[in-house]
Design a protein around this ligand. Structure first.
Ligand SMILES: *[C@@H]1O[C@H](CO)[C@@H](O)[C@H](O)[C@H]1NC(C)=O
Ligand SMILES: *[C@@H]1O[C@H](CO)[C@@H](O)[C@H](O)[C@H]1NC(C)=O
Length: 224
């Protein structure tokens, strides 16, 4: 499953041994798309964002495995139950589970008062996104804004998005279960569209995962 391809924390144990007091983190999530998205966050829940609207969430110090993503094509009833075309989390407006692919992911973890983050395409792509610090001195930002939906290879097309080939084919060649696999023409397509994103190969964490000091706050913009 895609959760096994989240940020590889083990790498960072080596570089994050300094002990310091830990800091909570604020994410300001903005919808700059021309359409409504239903933002989702684990931890955090979910919130409908019309064009130009923002949603702010706070996560506790030491949070690991956090994800923020956009859902599209949603309908919810007054009790917050319904369905989304992309990124759906078991039909809940307030997500308590990760979303159904395809969905572009922001991944975040805090370890020993260092923040690690990336934009990941392990669950495919639905909405362009940018993730950037908006407090403190850290200037590491990452974005994925290529026209992936428009140019999605036909085998990967899904309504509202473009699947990761692992989701479609479920083979080691595309999922890299063995941790040792070659790039494919599909992975080259995604890398060309979004060179900064994490795609799922064992070795690309080093280039796609960024760090900032704990205590930094961040902005997520859909359709930057
Ligand atoms: C990758 O190669 C396969 C098999 O040759 C082909 O069907 C597919 O369209 C190619 N995809 C891209 C993105 O070039
Ligand atoms: C929002 O999108 C417009 C284009 O539609 C772009 O010019 C602008 O820079 C974007 N704003 C942000 C905050 O990314």
């Amino acid at each position: 499953m895609s959760s096994s391809k989240s940020i590889t924390l083990s790498i960072f144990l080596l570089i994050a041994l300094s002990l310091a007091y830990a800091n909570a983190t604020t994410f300001t999530i903005q919808n700059n798309c021309s359409y409504t998205v239903w933002a989702a966050a684990i931890p955090g829940g979910g919130y409908r964002l019309d064009r130009g609207q923002t949603w702010t969430i706070n996560v506790a110090a030491g949070t690991k495995g956090a994800r923020i993503w956009a859902r599209t094509g949603c309908n919810f009833d007054g009790g917050g139950r319904g369905r989304c075309e992309t990124g759906d989390c078991k039909g809940q407006l307030q997500c308590q589970d990760y979303g159904t692919p395809p969905n572009t992911l922001v991944e975040y973890a805090q370890l020993n008062n260092l923040d690690f983050f990336d934009i990941s395409l392990v669950d495919g792509f639905n909405v362009p996104v940018e993730f950037s610090p908006n407090s403190g001195g850290c200037t590491r930002k990452t974005r994925c804004t290529g026209d992936i939906n428009g140019q999605c290879p036909k085998q990967l097309r899904a309504s509202g998005g473009c699947n990761n080939p692992c989701t479609v084919f479920k083979t080691d060649q595309y999922c890299c279960y063995s941790g040792n696999c070659e790039p494919t023409n599909f992975s080259r397509f995604f890398k060309q569209m979004c060179p900064d994103a994490y795609y799922g190969y064992s070795n690309d964490d080093q280039t796609s995962t960024l760090t900032c000091p704990g205590g930094t706050n961040y902005k997520v913009v859909f359709c930057p």
